[in-house]
Design a binder for this molecule. Sequence first.
Ligand code: SAJ
Length: 444
Amino acid sequence: MTLDTLSTHKTALIRKFENRTALVGVVGLGYVGLPLAVEKAKVGFKVLGFDRNATRVAEINLGVNYIEDVKDEELRDLVLEGHLLEATSEWGRLTAMDAVVICVPTPLTRNLTPDLQFVETVTREVARRLRPGQFICLESTSYPGTTEEVIKPILESTGLREGEDFHLAFSPERVDPGNKRYTTKNTSKVVGAACPASLEVALSFYRQTILEVIPVSSARIAEMVKVFENTFRAVNIALVNELAMLCDRMGMDVWEALDAAGTKPFGIMPFYPGPGVGGHCIPLDPHYLEWKAREYGFNTRFIALAGEINRRMPEFVVGKAMRLLSDHGLGLKSARVLALGMAYKKDVDDARESPSAEVLSLLQARGARVEYHDPHVPRFGAGGTELRSVALDAETLDRADLVIILTDHTDVDYACVVRHAHLVLDTRNATRGLVCDREKVVLL
Ligand code: SAJ
């Protein structure tokens, strides 16, 4: 490959990004991929979304949205009017793509080690269709080294060379599901690449749709940035969870202490205790770094400890519920418990990895009769049975011996809950500010 061919590919790609004629492929149409695909189509790129889920593909091609952070009418117009966004399950169409962004899940195995099966499977599909002049970017969160040590060898097994025939980069997604203020477009984006030419290509790609794009010196640094960001959250959430358990032991109000600490105008950031840590990122991503660190003989104790404390919270909540019922002459066995909130955090409809599920199964294991209400999660599968969200009304509240608030959705009338409930365990301080019937409420 001569230098001018190298610069030809790079120049051609950058030109196609700048004049929006590049064909953009997004693999994985979930809470990261679909918003990215929409943002690219909105500025005029023809975008082809790839997903193995035929239902998702069919819904998108009908202009039907299934991601809360995507505006229904935007998706519908881009698909049905502008014909700028289409979905497919045909991997063969990857060949035509000028840019391919990989946004598939990176879960953990049962013993908390990285599970790259989805990333590797997709990368092999991309490799089968790889051609000179393509730009490939991984957005899935993974340990520092994944792009260089896993993705690049699969792609170069085709005989094509990174930085000459194709360009490879890593840019971590920073989607905060449910966040109305920070979206894909206005959240700054870190980009690292396998070589300087590829970095130029990657920066040009992202600068077409994202306001602030931040280059770093390598894909490894970009990967490290992401796992650090989520480790930072996991450790700080664990810190306040541990404080909540200590304050319970000391008979103190952890929420009052945290609110007062939050008045410090510098050097502190709000984190709050809860029933555990859910979602597809915070409980998982730090263990990618923990696993990689062991390769260097390094024991990341903060990550392990944070995971241990956060995983202990569901049990702590159930223990507190048992004590609360006992103080009122009731036992958990055969008690009627209404759980408010199945989603892993407020104002989202996602119940995957939700601590609420763990709390419910622990309650049921101790003989409690459990119902749940969640305006965002109409039904939930747990241990082979499916629970459906019950109506939140005076009758439902009255028949519960205990109401446990597990997710502090905005669109729940907590004054009504406290008014009609007999006893409330509030693990999110959702009843903050309520004055009436306070005697019924116990905070985590
Ligand atoms: N949680 C607490 N206390 C807190 C904050 C969170 O108990 O003070 C719990 C939440 O209820 C939830 C879990 O932790 O169950 C994770 O919440 P989260 O908002 O930190 O995590 P995600 O997965 O919804 O979104 C995060 C992003 N969140 C923020 O930066 C605010 C960000 O870390 C990533 O961009 C994103 O994960 C990702 O995809 O990595």
